[in-house]
Design a binder for this molecule. Sequence first.
Ligand SMILES: [Zn+2]
Length: 268
Amino acid sequence: MKPSNFPTERPTSIDASHFLGEAFSLIFTNRRGGVSDAPFDSLNLGFRGGDNPMSVSSNRATVASQLGVSVERFVYLHQVHGTTVRRAGSEDGRKAAETGDAFPKTDGAYSDRPLTVLAVLTADCLPLAIGHKEGLFVAMLHAGWKGTLENIASAALNEIRKEFSFRPFDLRAVMGPGIGPCCYHVDEGRANLFVERYGEGSGVVQGGARPGLDLYRANRANLLEEGVKEENINTTGICTCCNPDYFSYRREGVTGRQGAFAFLKTGK
Ligand SMILES: [Zn+2]
């Protein structure tokens, strides 16, 4: 059963804006509604997987039109499973529109600029949005197993703290569609890294012979350590590997990328 505050599902995306608050838009696209051919069918937003670039550009334009923001305001990143987080300004999307990415080797961005759309692309990794309840800033992060273990949430908040003064309990966080522990079976070596970091009883690693890794739980722990309140952390509750509406690297190997998009609707 879905929780009562489950985000609103639309044919090609989920609107989870209300989890962050009135100042924000937070949209997670799925694989429907684009023009890419198999195995990227159809709303693939990533240039790097081998899809026809014309299709990707067309899909990015479709999302921009659905969100009602110019494609030149979309800050796509060259994601590398690291913890580099950059501040995005109003002009940074233009570079992404021209070259595909606004920043090289970057896995998260934050901004206080209205209609600067922070974009993260995934196919099982968790997209993690963080917003300040007064609309001071918003961040969008890419948290796969490496980014989670290296704590990209903490890296982002440390970076943001250099420019903005905020209290952690004024933050709201949303984890978008990503692979769940139901499907994310890992080898013992990787499982042990997480047990060492989060503890045996944390539930981050589940099961025995084929341990299931719970990236949701691990990122929640990262956020709680930063002082974000439990009740201000939400998820869409969607496992990308279980749900065929989403691209899943684990399920398909060669596949497309769905998008997670966060932005401030108006300036502070
Ligand atoms: Zn699953």
